[in-house]
Design a protein around this ligand. Structure first.
Ligand SMILES: [Zn+2]
Length: 198
């Protein structure tokens, strides 16, 4: 997965959770439109069945159960809705590539797509000020491990890291596939700039 700085996102649509059911069989016939989903939960989240956002009409089963193999992480928040990590990239059929973030589906147009920011500017800046002290000065660290440390959604932390890069306070590893960041060496001017904008 590369979420770089090259091409714009191609489209966006709402993620709509239609129902939560105990088994895969109960989910049949519930999905009609792109972006609609059913959560299959039995003791813990097992599967997310999602009508492909590209419009191809296929239902994509997304494993949420680590005990059943490599699994996506589901984040549920009253304020921000549902997020999923990492991105979903179908390797067959339509080959759609997208993320679910704050109950929106951001569909990538090509291999190199930029993550469009969904948070409000003050909110991103607020999170960035919490992320900043966690960035190492020497080695690059993945935004995902920072998100795990903070208990935040990785997409939000990626957004905050990019904000710090934009503000000149962090550096993103060039040519890296997974978004690793480190703190930029701080000068007095940089610190002043940060407190003014934070
Ligand atoms: Zn599709």
């Amino acid at each position: 997965m590369k979420i770089g700085n090259v091409a714009p996102m191609s489209s966006e649509l709402p993620f709509q959770l239609k129902s939560t059911v105990p088994s895969r069989g109960d989910a049949s016939g519930l999905l009609h439109h792109p972006g609609e989903a059913v959560l299959i939960e039995r003791g813990r989240p097992r599967w997310l069945l999602l009508m492909c956002p590209c419009g191809c009409g296929e239902e994509i089963p997304i494993n949420l159960d680590r005990q059943a193999g490599p699994a996506w992480r589901l984040y549920r928040s009253h304020r921000h809705g549902i997020s999923l990590y990492p991105s979903v990239w179908r390797d067959t059929g339509c080959e759609a590539h997208f993320i679910v973030w704050r109950s929106r589906i951001l569909l990538f147009g090509g291999r190199h797509a930029r993550l469009r920011s969904l948070g409000r500017r003050e909110e991103i800046a607020g999170l960035a000020s919490q992320v900043y002290p966690l960035l190492p000065a020497r080695d690059f660290v993945s935004y995902v491990s920072i998100a795990d440390t903070m208990g935040e959604v990785p997409w939000d932390v990626l957004d905050a890291c990019r904000h710090l890069v934009h503000e000149g306070l962090a550096i993103e590893h060039a040519g890296d596939e997974h978004g690793r960041f480190k703190r930029r060496t701080i000068t007095a001017v940089g610190l002043k700039g940060f407190s003014r904008k934070a």
